[in-house]
Design a protein around this ligand. Structure first.
Ligand SMILES: Nc1ncnc2c1ncn2[C@@H]1O[C@H](COP(=O)(O)OP(=O)(O)OP(=O)(O)O)[C@@H](O)[C@H]1O
Ligand SMILES: [Mg+2]
Length: 174
């Protein structure tokens, strides 16, 4: 039987860091283990803030800090969370270090700066892109202080339902 390739892409605008954490929490609550989440966006866009929410959704009590210097931090909650930051690495570094090997199938992986990893990334992922939101002031685009545009995108059936659940929740709860 021909199976249709399902894809989903939704963009949400958030106005504060705690809204970003709430969105991450909603995502974290739906994780079952084995998921890989790629968080892209420029320096300071809010990737780690989003992972703090994901961790909360996994029942992790520990404060989630940026792993940019240590490359990886591991947290234990309802599931184990591996939090990576590849900012300082190349695809070669990532392949040679084996950082992404030997991760238990039941763990969740969140990767900041996934574009550094190129071919070293797994196939089945949720892509989260965090961008600054620009507003028009006197017909000129102005970067708004705390507003971000968060895009959730996938071509994996298992993630489509998660994205649609988040989308419905946001529309119902504002
Ligand atoms: N809507 C928002 N969502 C997330 N963070 C926000 C938002 N508005 C302001 N901020 C602030 O922006 C900063 C984002 O920092 P964060 O460490 O999450 O970014 P990052 O994308 O992980 O950066 P890096 O590329 O250095 O890892 C925090 O200080 C946070 O409080
Ligand atoms: Mg970060």
């Amino acid at each position: 039987m021909h199976q249709e390739n399902k894809t989903a892409k939704r963009t949400l605008v958030v106005e504060t860091p705690s809204e970003t954490r709430c969105l991450g929490k909603l995502l974290g609550e739906q994780l079952k283990g084995g998921e890989v989440i790629l968080l892209a966006g420029s320096l300071g866009a809010g990737k780690t803030t989003m992972v703090q929410g994901i961790a909360a959704g996994l029942g992790i009590q520990e404060h989630v800090k940026s792993p940019s210097f240590v490359l990886e931090r591991i947290y234990r909650g309802r599931l184990v969370l591996h939090h990576f930051d590849f900012y300082r690495l190349t695809q070669e570094d990532i392949l040679e270090s084996g950082l992404l090997y030997d991760i238990d199938d039941s763990a969740v992986v969140a990767i900041e700066w996934p574009e550094r990893a190129g071919e070293a990334l797994p196939d089945s992922t949720l892509k989260v892109n965090i961008g600054f939101h620009e507003e028009c002031l006197d017909s000129r685009p102005v970067k708004s202080e705390n507003k971000c545009r968060i895009t959730l995108e996938t071509s994996e059936a298992r993630w489509v339902e998660v994205i649609e659940t988040i989308w419905r929740h946001r529309n119902e709860n504002g």
